[in-house]
Design a binder for this molecule. Structure first.
Ligand SMILES: [Zn+2]
Length: 296
């Protein structure tokens, strides 16, 4: 039987770097159709937390079962994801396997009612809602409801526990998940912003370029989303990591020159291509300066 071959990381990187700009130019010139807003419920950038809950009526209508091993038998029903995230998860697991690490999926999509039941169980065991929500998201506040998050463990460490980060597999996931479009959503140093202690086992899909930007900026997703949602949709859809990092730095320091270039092109039919290209080049050239500016 022929096996699907997965390119090595170095090859992946080269392909990933050269192809997106070409593809986006092609897409932009062909596709003028209305696209789902990235921050809408169905969008890849939807932020979900206790302040920004998702309605109990929301459920993705395109969930699929990723072809990956699970921690326990019979766990397949709990690892559904949106198609793009499922495919990326398969690649992540395959990438880990190339480095001889076996990852195991534990929990993907969870419905509002499942989250409700989980939360109630926790409330009963710890005695109050306050205490419960330190470790379990209340219903509507879990990004598992988006079908874009996965909890995972490995064959050498099978608990959803912070010590996962000390295992080779946990380190691998934390170092490499962005290459496949995922971020580590809850890190210890961000708990003041996210409201959660470290969860090195919980990964969230954002797509390759946004995941790289969030990882390189090294900020909680709340902070990234707060700035990125100010940008035009075509930028969010077709931009590169270098562009997002540059725009983020400018947004937080109140410099809007490049953002205006991108915004103005929306009103000038067909000019988004040029705007995106020129602003991307601007930030790629300014990249080292940006990195300096972000270092305290
Ligand atoms: Zn989780």
């Amino acid at each position: 039987m022929e096996k699907k071959s997965i390119p090595l990381f170095t090859e992946r990187k080269r392909i990933v770097r050269s192809v997106p700009l070409l593809i986006l130019m092609l897409c932009l010139s062909l596709c003028t159709c209305a696209m789902a807003d990235s921050f809408d419920d169905d969008g890849m950038l939807r932020l979900v937390n206790r302040e920004e809950k998702i309605t109990k009526h929301y459920a993705p209508d395109d969930l699929v079962l990723p072809d990956v091993p699970t921690n326990k038998k019979g766990q397949k029903n709990s690892i559904y994801m949106r198609p793009e995230a499922a495919e990326a998860l398969e690649e992540l697991f395959a990438g880990a396997l190339e480095d001889e690490y076996t990852l195991l999926a534990v929990s993907g999509y969870r419905s509002y009612s499942t989250q409700y039941a989980l939360f109630q169980q926790k409330v009963e065991s710890v005695g109050s809602k306050e205490a419960a929500q330190r470790t379990v998201a209340p219903p509507g506040a879990s990004e598992h409801q988006l079908g874009l998050a996965m909890d995972l463990v490995s064959d050498t460490f099978r608990n959803l526990n912070r010590a996962f980060l000390e295992t080779d597999e946990g380190k691998w996931v934390n170092d490499h998940c962005w290459e496949y479009g995922f971020i580590i959503r809850y890190r210890a140093e961000w708990s003041g912003v996210t409201g959660y202690k470290a969860e090195p086992w919980h990964i969230r899909y954002l797509g390759r370029e946004h995941a790289q930007a969030v990882t390189e900026l090294n900020i909680p997703y709340e902070e990234y989303a707060a700035q990125m949602r100010l940008l035009p949709e075509y930028v969010l859809t077709y931009g590169t990591a270098a562009l997002f990092e540059g725009l983020y730095a400018d947004l937080i320091s109140g410099e809007y020159e490049m953002i205006e270039v991108l915004e103005n092109s929306v009103f000038d039919a067909g000019s988004e291509n040029n705007a995106l290209q020129s602003v991307t080049v601007y930030y790629e050239e300014r990249n080292t300066v940006t990195e300096d500016a972000l270092t305290p």
